[in-house]
Design a binder for this molecule. Structure first.
Ligand SMILES: C[C@@H]1O[C@H](OP(=O)(O)OP(=O)(O)OC[C@H]2O[C@@H](n3ccc(=O)[nH]c3=O)[C@H](O)[C@@H]2O)[C@H](O)[C@H](O)[C@H]1O
Length: 459
């Protein structure tokens, strides 16, 4: 007789990368018979319904996102507003505490998986139902450690740019360092208010210190050194859910795109997407496209219109559309990324290194070009390029953080060069990790252990 089936409530940060990550682990747990109550903003529920593989076990619970002055009405996720307004969205999410408390009182789950709602442990203590809180961290252990390990004494002294350019003293991989502009951006993010009256750093620390356990979607073979270090540093149980590889999509690729892709040779196309949040400045948007043009390869770029532009068309460089009409598409909408990555014509993925995109990239065959934008994406890119050596980063200016069209085309050509030394190195490393991550027994062993640790926490 298997152990009792669990009832788990999910309350991820209102960002597509977090929502999809929590839904992926929900699918894995539902497949094993557990019940999931998934709190999700009303309109976003429709976007994710198609990815709910077990609707009889995963119940979406619609949440109305409270209005906060300065937040455009109807805002639900970070995809709806530029980066500077994400703090207001966090304030709105904090205002859902009473409604969530009421719902949890009725649901009485065994666990709540949360991430940025740092008040969740305190709320569960008030409800006093024996429900345990799991900080399900979509951000990689390497990032959590690099930025917020207690070794940096960040609650006593504020981080400086020089501090963050180098890893903490006993960080497992000293190869991971940050450029000046990257460290500056991270100091800014960490010290900035993220939700009324709380900085991002305070929020992270409170979530980690208040929860009953921290869980990461990674495996020891990839980030083991970081996971060991976290356990000792944070003095908190750390559970690994494994790679949580999203299920192979069953839907077909939109015919409009499959018809276009089929015109090109196998593995010849560049697919570029920067997730649900990234909005480039127009000069960098155009540099990126010029970079693709220089390679001479076919390309498909799924990007948000750059800052200040009404549409993709209005932001394209003069004459660009005409020159690349036969081989390039720049599309401002949402595409079925997992299906693009599996398409035979696609040979190169230019990614911003969001955790969701990297999970998908590692189990596909495209060569990887890494162009991180903010936050954890930067450290994800370092782990991919310097630890695992499965991709090549696009060079950026140390101080200004700008990349050039030459830098883009150089990185693409390095990974796409038939028989090239770099291309072959990343290809073979990527193949090794892909084969490893796709082994069903690997996933089962991690999820078995994950379930066991959850049950032990309830004893
Ligand atoms: C954890 C957090 O996730 C955030 O989400 P973001 O949306 O940027 O990127 P992904 O995690 O790759 O998530 C993006 C998700 O959207 C999907 N997709 C994207 C574009 C498209 O056109 N079609 C698609 O289906 C893609 O397949 C992936 O699953 C940030 O990274 C942040 O740095 C990180 O901490």
């Amino acid at each position: 007789m298997g152990a009792k089936k669990l009832h788990i409530a999910m309350y991820p940060w209102f960002a597509m990368g977090h929502l999809t990550s929590f839904l992926h682990i929900s699918n894995k747990l539902a497949e094993r018979g557990h019940r999931i109550s998934f709190f999700i903003p009303v309109k976003t529920l429709q976007k994710l319904e198609a990815f709910n593989l077990y609707p009889d076990r995963i119940a979406f619970i619609p949440i109305n996102v409270p209005h906060v002055p300065g937040l455009p009405p109807g805002t639900e996720t970070t995809a709806d507003v530029p980066f500077p307004l994400h703090s207001l969205l966090m304030t709105a999410m904090d205002l859902t505490r009473p409604e969530i408390g009421q719902a949890l009182r009725e649901l009485k789950p065994d666990f709540v998986f949360f991430d940025f709602t740092q008040w969740m442990p305190e709320l569960l203590h008030e409800l006093d139902m024996g429900t345990k809180s799991i900080h399900y961290c979509t951000i990689s252990p390497a990032t959590v450690l690099y930025l917020s390990t207690p070794e940096r004494n960040l609650m006593e002294k504020q981080p400086t740019v020089a501090d963050l350019m180098l890893p903490p003293p006993s960080f497992p991989a000293s190869s991971i360092t940050l450029r000046t502009h990257e460290a500056r951006g991270l100091v800014d993010v960490m010290l900035k208010e993220f939700g009324r009256g709380v900085t991002f750093m305070q929020r992270q620390f409170r979530s980690f210190s208040g929860c009953d356990a921290i869980a990461f979607k990674t495996c020891r073979e990839i980030e083991g050194p970081y996971c060991d270090y976290i356990g000792t540093q944070l003095r908190k149980p750390v559970f690994l859910a494994g790679p949580v590889v999203p299920e192979t999509p069953t839907k077909e690729l939109d015919e409009k795109w499959s018809k276009w892709l089929e015109r090109f040779e196998a593995k010849s196309m560049i697919y570029c997407a920067f997730g649900s949040e990234c909005i480039l400045k127009i000069d960098q948007f155009q540099e990126l496209l010029f970079g693709f043009e220089i390679t001479g390869l076919p390309f498909f770029a799924a990007l948000k219109p750059p800052m200040g532009a009404e549409s993709i068309e209005s932001a394209l460089p003069e004459g660009f559309a005409e020159r690349t009409r036969e081989r390039g598409v720049v599309y401002g909408g949402w595409v079925q990324q997992p299906l693009f990555l599996r398409h035979p014509s696609v040979g190169c993925f230019v990614t911003h290194c969001g955790s969701g995109s990297l999970s998908e990239a590692l189990v596909n065959e495209c060569q990887l070009v890494l162009l991180p934008n903010v936050g954890d994406q930067i450290i994800n890119a370092r782990v991919m390029s310097r630890d695992l050596k499965v991709g090549v980063e696009v060079e950026k200016g140390d101080l200004d953080g700008l990349f050039t069209k030459e830098g883009v085309s150089k990185a693409v050509e390095a990974v796409m060069e038939d028989g090239g030394e770099v291309a072959e190195e990343v290809r073979s490393n990527h193949a090794k990790w892909r084969d490893f991550l796709c082994r069903k027994e690997l996933e089962n062993s991690y999820l078995n252990s994950f379930e066991q640790k959850l049950h032990q926490l309830l004893e």
